[in-house]
Design a protein around this ligand. Structure first.
Ligand code: ADP
Length: 640
């Protein structure tokens, strides 16, 4: 067994790997960028090496610096985690050439599966079913369009070098093809340095089914059953589970056998995942499940497989990399119960899921779930890396029980003032379609409005907030029995702006709820109004109530405070630091509500900023290619 290990990653996966390594008595070495100098993974490892500035391309993506760090610390092996260099065959080869152990498949296996088009061809040859589509060399837009027409719409354009849900565009009609191709190629070039694409049939009612496989250097390959990752938002997984709901034994056997066949075709060693897409319009059927791609690394969602099989997949990886045989034979593996994982992202669902960055002044991840996290209270979510801050995993006897417990775990997550998607996850985990086990990959997109309904504070929460604020401000019910009460109970009321009582005095007050002026009833027992799953916290800025995972900040409406100005104001500011990649309007142009104005690339994703109402572009401060800071005024729309 290897004695020492460098982890070429950060965040939750670095912490996860360190945990198992330490348990096995392996010395661990972390690497870190400027932004991560005080990160959790750095402190958890036995040793840590600084490898450069914050942007990943200057640190976590610098293979030579990582190998040098391993050499300098005497680490025997390198574990790449997921993302970054994990599927980079050249890096794997360089690690081996440096005389180090690579915790992953052989470079030729990574290469064989690295490009979606080549992998699909290889699978076709190996007899693994693949989705119908065009994999050709000819990348001329006209040719691609002609192929799409022949396949029949809807089609999906995919970057051959794509991954992580990026570089994909669904096209529903021939007229939309050209625009989608341009934007897909642009994203592919900037994210993967390769703008080639393939076109395939877009499967309607698709479910994402994937199979965990494992190989060793003794020629053994097993599977550890399937996961269902159909709950996705813009092709990014949100909730994953194992096993897949509605999977019968015969279908399971067929898909797992196809996965093992696929892994054998590339002489696979270590942890890998074969991703399939299923046409679930009539449930899961063996003849309607097709190979999509193989991920030649550990997946984000590996914990659900660990939970149902009782295995530690990082331990398996380290044993296999050390030359040992697989810890279990196929007939020694079985499924126990149900496991569900929810990905907690630093993003604001109420604002189109924009990534949210900053210091985690308050952090409370659940005690009701297995928490895989790379952050701690006082830590920072930086704009440089993926916005996933933790994973919550629950294992239970049944799917319903796992979902209920995970929803409760999400209810009480606090990451203040960084926003998160816990409320959204909680709504999803209680959603009827999700619970029926029939949700397809398009379900979140189609049901977004309804899933976000719970984002607005409920009456009971408002009442609690109003009552607490009133109490905090030194008010008493008798003190406001007067028309001129704003000046009565003391200094604090003197700063109030627009303080009006629309009901009889003593019944309600006006307050700021998430920056909007609202009216809230004042009760006498405020804490009793909100559900058991809610949390009340005092913060520097006001009272924070987390209700079923949704954080709401309540403040007294002071004249100096932030009011809801933004809503009626046509100033379009950059929601985060990023780079302008497209400007769709000219100064002076008329725009309609919802029309695209500017596309920004930040945190590796494209974000489109749109007109808040019909109007005229009065100011335009955006040029393609320009870097912009958070809050920069990009466009001002004046109402027409
Ligand atoms: P990535 O490598 O970026 O993860 P994948 O090829 O694995 O890309 O696809 C990601 C997701 O996109 C899938 O889970 C599925 O939801 C959707 N998808 C991929 N191919 C198709 C298809 N042919 N039809 C419908 N949805 C698809």
């Amino acid at each position: 067994m290897i004695q020492s290990l460098l982890i070429a990653n950060r965040g939750e996966i670095a912490c996860r790997i360190i945990r198992t390594a330490r348990r096995l008595g392996i010395r661990t070495v972390a690497v870190y960028s400027d932004a991560d100098a005080r990160a959790l993974h750095v402190r958890q490892a036995h040793e840590a090496v600084h490898i450069g500035p914050s942007p990943a391309r200057d640190s976590y993506l610098c293979g030579d610096k990582i190998i040098a760090a391993a050499k300098a610390t005497g680490a025997e092996a390198i574990h790449p985690g997921y993302g970054f260099l994990s599927e980079n065959a050249d890096f794997a080869q360089a690690v081996i050439d440096a005389g180090l152990v690579w915790v992953g498949p052989k470079p030729h296996s990574i290469r064989a599966m690295g490009l979606k088009d080549a992998a699909k061809k290889l699978m076709q040859e190996a007899g693994v079913p693949t989705t119908p589509g065009y994999l050709g060399e000819d990348q001329a837009p006209d040719r691609l369009k002609a192929e799409a027409d022949a396949i029949g719409y809807p089609v999906l354009i995919k970057a051959v070098a794509g991954g992580g849900g990026k570089g994909m565009r669904r096209v529903d009609a021939p007229g939309d093809f050209a625009d989608a191709l341009t934007s897909c190629k642009r994203e592919a070039a900037s994210s993967f340095g390769d703008d080639r694409v393939l076109v395939e049939k877009y499967i309607l009612s698709p479910r994402h089914i994937e199979v965990q496989v494992f190989g060793d250097s003794h020629g053994q390959i097993v599977h550890l059953f399937e996961r269902d990752c159909s709950l996705q938002r813009r092709h990014q997984k949100v909730i994953e589970e194992a096993p897949a709901p509605g999977m019968d034994e015969a279908t399971r056997e067929a898909v797992c056998a196809a996965a093992v066949k696929a892994a054998k075709a590339v002489d696979y060693e270590g942890a890998g995942t074969i991703e399939f897409i299923a046409d679930a319009s009539e449930g899961l059927r063996a003849d309607r499940i097709w190979f999509m791609e193989m991920n030649t690394r550990l997946q984000v969602e590996h914990p659900v497989t660990e939970e149902i099989t009782g295995q530690d997949l990082v331990e398996w990886q380290l044993r296999v990399a050390s030359g040992e045989k697989l810890p279990k034979r196929q007939d020694e593996l079985s499924i126990d119960g149900w496991a569900i994982e929810a990905r907690l992202y630093a993003e604001d669902p109420a604002k189109g899921f924009l990534p949210s960055i900053g210091r985690l002044k308050d952090l409370c991840l659940s005690s009701l779930a297995r928490v895989e996290s790379g952050v701690e209270k006082g830590g920072e979510v930086s704009p440089f890396y993926d916005p996933m801050i933790a994973k919550l995993v629950v294992h239970a006897g049944s799917r319903d029980e796992a979902a209920t417990r995970l929803a409760r775990a999400c209810d009480t997550v606090v990451t203040w003032p960084v926003r998160n998607n816990a409320g959204f996850l909680s709504s999803l985990l209680r959603d009827r379609t999700f619970l029926s086990g029939k949700a397809t990959t398009g379900y979140i997109g189609e049901s977004l409005d309804r899933l976000l309904e719970a984002a607005a504070p409920m009456e009971g929460v408002l009442e609690t907030a109003a009552s607490l604020l009133f109490r905090e401000a030194g008010g008493s019910l008798s003190a406001i029995d007067s028309e001129d009460f704003p000046s009565k109970p003391g200094q604090i009321w003197n700063d109030l702006l627009g303080f009006r009582l629309n009901r009889a005095p003593h019944e309600s007050m006006v307050l700021l709820a998430d920056g909007n002026l609202v009216e809230g009833k004042i009760g006498t027992a405020p804490e009793q109004n909100i559900g058991a799953g809610s949390i009340i916290r005092g913060t520097d800025d006001g009272i924070l109530i987390v209700d079923r995972g949704w954080p709401h900040l309540f403040q007294l409406p002071r004249s100096s405070g932030a009011t809801a100005g933004a809503a009626g104001d046509g100033a379009i500011t950059s929601p985060m630091p990023g780079r302008i990649i497209a400007v769709e309007v000219a100064a002076g142009a008329s725009v309609a509500k919802g029309q695209k104005l500017v596309t920004l690339e930040a945190m590796k994703m494209e974000h489109t900023l749109t007109a808040p109402f019909d109007g005229i572009v009065a100011e335009l401060n955006a040029t393609p290619g320009a870097q912009v800071s958070e809050g920069a005024l990009l466009v001002r729309v004046n109402p027409s």
